[in-house]
Design a protein around this ligand. Structure first.
Ligand code: ZN
Length: 141
């Protein structure tokens, strides 16, 4: 299997709204949007809280822990740049803070995965980007 760091992937598209999230990933952290009015986390980043429509939103550091909500093993990449690392596993992660986040399993070929399995953040260098992937958290009970 090829290494992720040599891939020439096209994204993500980083905007002024999402930049704190991607900068945190470079530091190995998960930064999540948080509403100062209703006190709830949400994801993806946006200017208004999807729970109460407040614009008093900011960021809080997430634990980086979650569980598998769903997953899909990808054999034919959606973009050709990802084809060298197929098969890989896309994840829907149910974050400990509540929101669901689309992510990817940090490469562990052949790993058995099930809905509900514990995950922890593992940021991975993919081409020019650092992406917040997850790996199975063997330390979690
Ligand atoms: Zn809110």
């Amino acid at each position: 299997m090829e290494s992720y760091d040599t891939l020439n992937v096209p994204g993500p598209i980083i905007t002024s709204i999402t930049r704190p999230f991607w900068d945190a990933a470079k530091r190995g952290e998960l930064l999540l949007p948080f509403c100062d009015d209703c006190g709830q986390f949400f994801f993806y980043p946006r200017l208004h809280c999807p729970h109460c429509w407040s614009d008093r939103v900011g960021w809080k550091r997430g634990s980086g822990r979650g569980t598998v909500k769903s997953f899909s093993r990808i054999h034919r990449a959606g973009h050709f740049a990802w084809q060298p690392v197929t098969p890989y596993t896309l994840l829907l992660v149910r974050l400990e803070e509540g929101p669901t986040m689309l992510s990817q399993l940090a490469s562990t070929p052949g790993v058995a995965l099930a809905v509900g399995d514990p995950l922890r953040l593992r940021c991975v260098t993919v081409g020019k980007f650092t992406l917040p992937f997850f790996e199975l958290d063997k330390s979690a009970g």
